[in-house]
Ligand binder design. Structure first.
Ligand code: TRP
Length: 365
């Protein structure tokens, strides 16, 4: 799961539509795109635990927005990636179903978005073999995100999948020829790997008419401020500093009441000077779809207690419909599995066609 929880300030949602015309850049920061039907978007998460508010404002909301603009969406549950930094994928089926539950509650629509687990798509995984031949061991060991994950891993030894999963992620993206990948900052090195592999594959194995097999995918970065955890650190479920999307109102209140603040009673929005207070102000602002400065102004000299009351009410109010939908969906596990089955069916058809094309240009027939 993307660990960095960036949040799209709602005030930035009217960002320029011109970003996509640049063409040569490997990234673009905006949330509305021109000619939605000409793009295919793929993104994904590791099924390691419930999604939280950072995920929601950082990526989920944006995915739903893209879907609603008519972009073709693929949302992948990266179950094989769970075993990069741990020996066993704990409660994998449960985490996978709950991830789908969070997706659906947030507004992803399985009629329009293809939601699937990559372990259920054999041809996608087979792309790993030719792709691995296109990168050097030195390149794999230089990847900064992989290095960071190794530093934070609880495992005694680093396994081979840890080094190769960015290549596997290239297969995740390229199997369906996605051209846009909404990700957090920490995933940019992986996007670069996917772009490198696409370019090298196309150079080495062109179609007979000279045309390329793969597009060069670009990252879709939200130019959003970081939504901090309640301890002022990176928001992360494992650090116990995050409010889960599916948390009830009491649990939400408890977590927010425990948030770190400072002694200055005058509330202000100053992300650099007062990161903890500003994180709370931002959260209320995102939920109320208002400027953080206006929220801070309104609370004025009310101090941390008033700020927290505002945040608790804003979060619980904003997420009430989503949570009600989530509770309804949670009662039908069969439906969640059905969504994954149908998603896998669509993904398999596409992966089979791509693999056939790959084998053909390689002369493997
Ligand atoms: N590595 C991503 C993460 O940890 C999850 C992921 C797997 C992904 N495959 C992907 C993201 C393909 C985007 C595209 O969050």
């Amino acid at each position: 799961m993307t660990t960095s929880a960036t949040a799209t300030a709602s005030t930035a949602s009217t960002a320029s539509t011109a970003a996509l015309t640049a063409g040569t850049s490997d990234r673009t920061a905006q949330d509305r795109i021109d000619d939605p039907s000409s793009h295919r978007v793929l993104t994904g998460d590791r099924p390691t635990g419930p999604l939280h508010l950072g995920h929601y404002f950082g990526t989920l909301q944006n995915r739903v927005r893209l879907q609603d603009q008519g972009v073709e969406m693929f949302v992948l549950v990266a179950d094989y990636q769970v075993i990069t930094d741990r020996d066993i994928a704990d409660r994998l089926a449960e985490h996978t179903e709950n991830l789908v539950l969070d997706y659906l509650a947030a507004g992803l629509d399985p009629e329009r978005a293809t939601i699937f687990a990559h372990s259920a798509v054999p041809a996608l995984n087979q792309l790993l073999l030719p792709f691995l031949s296109l990168v050097s061991v030195a390149e794999l060991s230089r990847n900064p995100t992989v290095k960071d994950e190794i530093a934070h891993s609880s495992q005694a030894a680093v396994n081979g999948l840890m080094f190769t999963y960015p290549v596997h992620q290239a297969a995740d993206i390229l199997f369906c020829k996605a051209d846009l990948v909404p990700v957090g900052q920490d995933q940019l090195p992986h996007l670069e790997v996917a772009r490198t592999i696409a370019r090298r594959f196309n150079e080495r194995y062109p179609h007979a008419d000279g045309s390329a097999v793969f597009p060069r995918p670009r990252a879709l970065l939200s130019d959003a401020p970081m939504l901090l955890g309640t301890d002022g650190g990176k928001m992360s479920k494992s650090r116990g500093n995050a409010v889960a999307l599916g948390a009830d109102e009491d649990a939400t209140a408890r977590t927010i009441r425990g948030a770190k603040t400072d002694a200055d009673r005058r509330i202000s929005y100053d992300p650099v000077g007062r990161p903890e207070v500003s994180g709370l102000v931002l959260l209320a602002a995102l939920c109320q779809d208002r400027d953080p400065e206006a929220i801070a102004e309104e609370i004025g000299d009310g101090g941390a207690a008033a700020l927290k009351r505002t945040v608790i009410d804003s979060v619980n109010e904003y997420f009430r419909p989503l949570r009600a939908r989530r509770a309804e969906l949670a009662a039908d596990r069969g439906h969640l599995r059905q969504v994954l089955r149908e998603g896998a069916e669509r993904a398999n058809a596409i992966a089979d066609a791509t693999l056939a094309e790959v084998r053909e240009v390689m002369g493997a027939i």
